[in-house]
Design a protein around this ligand. Structure first.
Ligand code: ADP
Ligand code: MG
Length: 698
């Protein structure tokens, strides 16, 4: 029944089936049943006008319309109805479709009005309410929870609306009644007191009441998250059984010499803790796959370097891979500076490394005399062969695809330990799902002595003040970043573009007193590097740029980050940009410029930035605002997947619960060979294809 093609379902037919397939990818009855409502409206409760308050998302009220009038002219024309619930009056307002509504509304006739109340001049109104006449029939239907299904424009134009889907669901569930097989083991259902699958599916489409609906959601969410976790953890176990890991037994002279004679500062508590976590992994005889999260400037590179030294102490080579040439160079420079006269060989390999130098690198890698190789994607090429690669660091992970990371595994017979570092914090729930088979370490502490960056939001009309402020900072010897969102915006949109901004800056900051560098994505790499170099060497005061500076560049003397058209940036991007300042001892500032007209979401993003410097808080806010699907780091990594019912921003607790359960099961039955667990294996295998790659993460 469940596998039956959708076109045979009563009420559907071939034409509508084709649209359902095209628009919603629904081809079978099962796929239809697993197409869940995106929201419900509780129509079990009727309100009175006096009960309306700002916490109610939707309300329905019974009453009559006592008068109707059209106000205003042209575009500001609107129709206002007076609605009376037997106690109080309120206004219903229409801006569109006035003629139609006017022609159909009946005076002093009982209606159920339905909608989202808005407050205006201290009075509640319903704008464009849904109206239902109270007839004998509606009286019968009264008091139910109405599901809403997403439909596309194309569906709507073919009269396939939410209500149509609801009818199909009804027919589908009738057809399958008593035939839907349970997908979780009985013991688990008993133990967790979950609702049986069939009951849950019926109630997700036709909720009996709010409490039953919640139980149905709980059951389906748990199942969805549970199987993802089971799969990820299962893969992790499998991998750990399949691949042995190098053992870094010694802490030897490289590490000790560095620690005692070169380390220029005390490690933070968080750095020490993470080093310990990694030490434990590298002693366990299993391959490490660890994600290291830490805000910009939290000292991840130092951790990576110290573990690299331990790898060397045990006769292994290490490599560090960065997403851009500039970053790789910077890593190379700072590592060289840190290790000083330590007897280790470190080299840089990027796309622009000269052939003669490459040959040396290839040779030294093979004979083992090269200890640490730092570079870009160039490291991945097959020609880059190591004698004995033991430890790999991948910086700014989200810029690398899964496949690229998997190539690193093959660079040694026993795969190297892998540390993936990211400065784009990922909310915990997302990390658990997207990187669920990686272990996660967090550096949640900045080195001491850093002054928190102060962030301000200015509307564009305060540009004069901004320029004054920039001049003052420059006079004190500081440098300034000014970032624009785009190079050339289409003319219709009136966003400031880089070139225009540059012209204006030239006027506000004239030569010879002020020198400005400009960097953007359309420049040749060499020209870009040259401009960056000039800024880095303090030959220029201001760096005007598009987001190319988002990742990398370390200029401790830069103390001001101005972001233009802030509303055009995502939260995590803004946070990354802000991280470019605050690297020195001086007070740093981030100024967010925007137009006065801001959408609600842009305003919230800006408010979040002003309110906190904490990358994790920002990541959580970002997830709340945008939903997890859009978060940076999930899409590029090729791990995007859709959840049918769970929401990682809201269902963190269920997720944790599901993960704990999965872990518990795998602990007691690692291969899932117990009879009572065969259902788990079957369901896990049935998880859609795009989940299957997860084993190859990093
Ligand atoms: P991340 O890679 O996490 O952005 P880095 O490793 O580049 O951070 O460190 C940022 C700066 O802080 C570097 O200049 C580094 O030398 C310095 N640093 C790292 N750890 C400490 C520490 N424990 N105390 C003081 N400064 C530190
Ligand atoms: Mg870094």
């Amino acid at each position: 029944m469940l596998a039956q093609e959708i076109k045979f379902l009563p009420g559907v037919g071939p034409k509508r089936a084709a649209i359902l397939t095209q628009e919603l990818k629904i081809t079978t009855v099962a796929e239809l049943i697993y197409y869940f409502p995106y929201k419900y409206i509780d129509r079990t409760k009727f309100y009175k006008i006096r009960e309306i308050n700002e916490t109610l998302p939707f309300i329905q009220i019974k009453g009559v319309i006592t008068s109707l009038e059209t106000i205003g002219e042209g575009r500001s024309q609107r129709m206002v109805a007076n609605f009376y619930d037997g106690e109080n009056h309120m206004e219903l307002v229409w801006f569109r479709g006035i003629k139609f509504v006017k022609a159909t509304l009946k005076m002093n006739f009982p209606y159920i009005i339905f909608g989202k109340p808005t407050e205006f001049n201290n009075r509640w109104k319903l704008v464009h309410p849904e109206l239902e006449e109270v007839l004998a029939e509606t009286e019968k239907k009264e008091g139910y929870i109405q599901p809403f299904y997403n439909t596309s424009e194309k569906m709507k134009s073919n009269f396939l609306v939410s209500k149509s889907i609801q009818k199909f669901q009804y027919n589908a569930l009738q057809l399958c009644k008593g035939k839907i097989k349970e997908t979780l083991p009985d013991w688990l259902i008993d133990q967790l007191k979950l609702m049986p699958l069939e009951t849950a599916l019926i109630n997700i489409h036709f909720p009996l009441d709010p409490v039953t609906l919640r139980k149905a959601e709980m059951r389906l969410k748990f199942e969805e998250l549970f199987y993802i976790q089971l799969k990820l953890l299962h893969l992790k176990h499998e991998r750990q059984n399949k691949f042995k890991g190098h053992i870094f037994k010694e802490v030897g002279s490289h590490f000790n010499d560095f620690f005692h004679n070169h380390l220029p500062f005390e490690l933070t508590g968080a750095q020490k803790r993470v080093i310990k976590e990694i030490r434990k992994d590298t002693l366990a005889g299993k391959q490490m796959n660890r994600l290291l999260q830490g805000d910009v400037g939290s000292g991840k590179t130092m951790v990576a370097l110290m573990i690299s030294l331990i790898a060397m102490d045990n006769g292994f080579q290490a490599c560090m891979m960065a997403p851009t040439e500039i970053l790789a160079m910077q890593h190379h420079q700072s590592v060289m500076k840190l290790i000083g006269d330590l007897p280790v060989t470190v080299r840089l390999l990027t796309g622009s490394t000269k052939k003669s130098e490459r040959l040396v690198i290839h040779k030294e890698l093979l004979d083992g005399s090269l200890n640490l190789l730092i570079g870009t994607h160039a490291l991945l090429e097959d020609i880059v062969e190591f004698k004995n690669l033991g430890f790999v660091v991948i910086d700014e992970q989200h810029r690398f695809g899964v496949m690229q990371r998997a190539r690193l595994w093959r660079k040694n017979f026993i795969p190297p330990h892998i540390l993936v570092m990211t400065a784009t914090p990922i909310p915990r729930t997302l990390a658990m799902t997207v990187y669920g088979d990686l272990d996660v370490s967090v550096i949640d502490e900045l080195p001491p002595g850093r002054k928190p960056i102060r962030t301000f939001h200015y509307y564009d009309n305060r540009r004069g003040e901004l320029n004054q402020f920039i001049r003052k900072e420059i006079a004190q010897g500081r440098q300034v970043y000014i970032v624009f969102p785009l190079i050339k915006e289409s003319e219709k949109l009136d966003f400031k573009n880089l070139e225009e901004g540059f012209e204006q800056l030239r006027i506000a900051f004239p030569l010879p007193e002020y020198r400005i560098s400009m960097v953007h994505g359309k420049m040749k790499p060499a020209a870009k590097e040259e401009e960056m170099r000039r800024f880095k060497n303090h030959e220029t005061h201001i760096l005007v740029a598009t987001t190319v500076i988002e990742v990398g560049v370390d200029v401790p003397n830069a103390s001001v980050m101005v972001i233009e058209s802030t509303e055009r940036f995502g939260l995590s991007q803004l946070h990354q940009l802000r991280g470019r300042v605050g690297r020195g001892a001086d007070q740093s500032y981030c100024i967010l410029m925007s137009s006065v007209k801001l959408s609600h979401e842009s305003r919230q993003r800006i408010e979040t930035m002003v309110a906190t410097n904490d990358g994790f808080e920002i990541a959580e806010a970002d997830m709340r605002l945008r939903g997890p699907g859009d978060l940076e780091g999930t899409q590029q990594s090729g791990l995007a997947f859709d959840l049918r019912i769970s929401n990682l921003a809201k269902d963190g607790q269920i997720l944790q619960y599901a993960r704990d359960k999965a872990e518990e099961i795998l602990d007691s039955d690692p291969l899932l060979h117990n009879n009572e667990n065969t259902i788990l294996v079957r369901q896990m295998m049935a998880l859609r294809k795009n989940h299957l790659n997860w084993g190859a993460i990093s």
